[in-house]
Design a protein around this ligand. Structure first.
Ligand SMILES: [Zn+2]
Length: 250
């Protein structure tokens, strides 16, 4: 199972899927730019494909305008919305149709992508809203040993608006995690063992939640999204992997 924290955190057989992607400036400079003799012009078919695709895209946009946030998809690293600091939601506006639509879309997207957490910036909305959910069926996908080691427990759907995080246990634990905004990659990231989050729920009621283990990791990952921070900013870079690296050798 590859669950991202966003976010989905991931743990299971491949441990890792959610997350980021490191650029490859080194290899690009080695092979791309320094070997001009191997330069090949794009093939005609490739060029034709691009033209056909561009034309189809053009026609599609003539008929149907591009989607606007909140998106039904998850924004990918490189999108500026993922690097911006999200804005505080006016508590009076929590139950407005606009904010409720954002929450509704987040939950829908989170479930569709089988994430265990999602932040509003990931659907293109720079507001301080988080959603978390770890259903029983996902827990069943998790091997018992991994469940115990990571402190994985089920989490009913929870929405936090304007969340504040407080560290309850400052010890750090490292586990592989991933993020749907850095699709196809994973890395080991240190996170606090236990935290408390407080904020408003979707009904604008004040809520506080103390958690440790895996849910605490999910929360820290999602909180980072509100500051424009991605797990790749905190990871042990030598553990960064393409989750499908082995299949490339088959
Ligand atoms: Zn994420």
């Amino acid at each position: 199972m590859n669950r991202t924290l966003c976010t989905s955190v991931l743990f299971s057989r491949a441990f890792g899927k959610c997350i980021t992607k490191a650029s490859l400036p080194h290899s690009a400079s080695c092979f791309g730019w320094v070997v001009p003799f191997t330069y090949l012009a794009p093939s005609r078919s490739h060029s034709t494909n691009i033209k056909v695709r561009s034309y189809l895209q053009y026609m599609k946009r003539k008929i149907k305008p591009p989607p606007s946030p909140p998106y039904p998809h998850i924004c990918q690293v490189g999108d500026p919305v993922l690097r911006a600091q999200a804005a505080v939601v006016d508590p009076q506006a929590v139950q407005s149709p606009e904010v409720q639509e954002v929450i509704h879309t987040m939950v829908k997207v989170m479930r569709r992508f089988e994430c265990v957490g999602l932040s509003a910036p990931q659907v293109g909305v720079p507001l301080r809203i988080l959603a978390l959910e770890f259903p029983e069926r996902m827990l069943e996908d998790c091997l018992p040993a991994a469940r115990e080691a990571r402190g994985v427990t089920t989490v009913p759907l929870q929405i936090f608006i304007n969340p504040q995080l407080r560290v309850l246990d400052g010890r750090m634990v490292k586990f592989q995690e991933a993020c749907e905004s850095i699709s196809g990659f994973s890395a080991s990231v240190p996170r606090y063992l236990s935290v408390e989050v407080s904020g408003l729920n979707e009904k604008a009621e004040p809520v506080t939640w103390q958690v440790s283990g895996w849910p605490a990791r999910i929360l820290q990952h999602e909180m980072d999204h509100l500051e424009g921070v991605l797990y790749i900013d905190r990871m042990d870079s030598k553990t960064f992997i393409n989750v499908n690296w082995a299949t490339h050798n088959e």
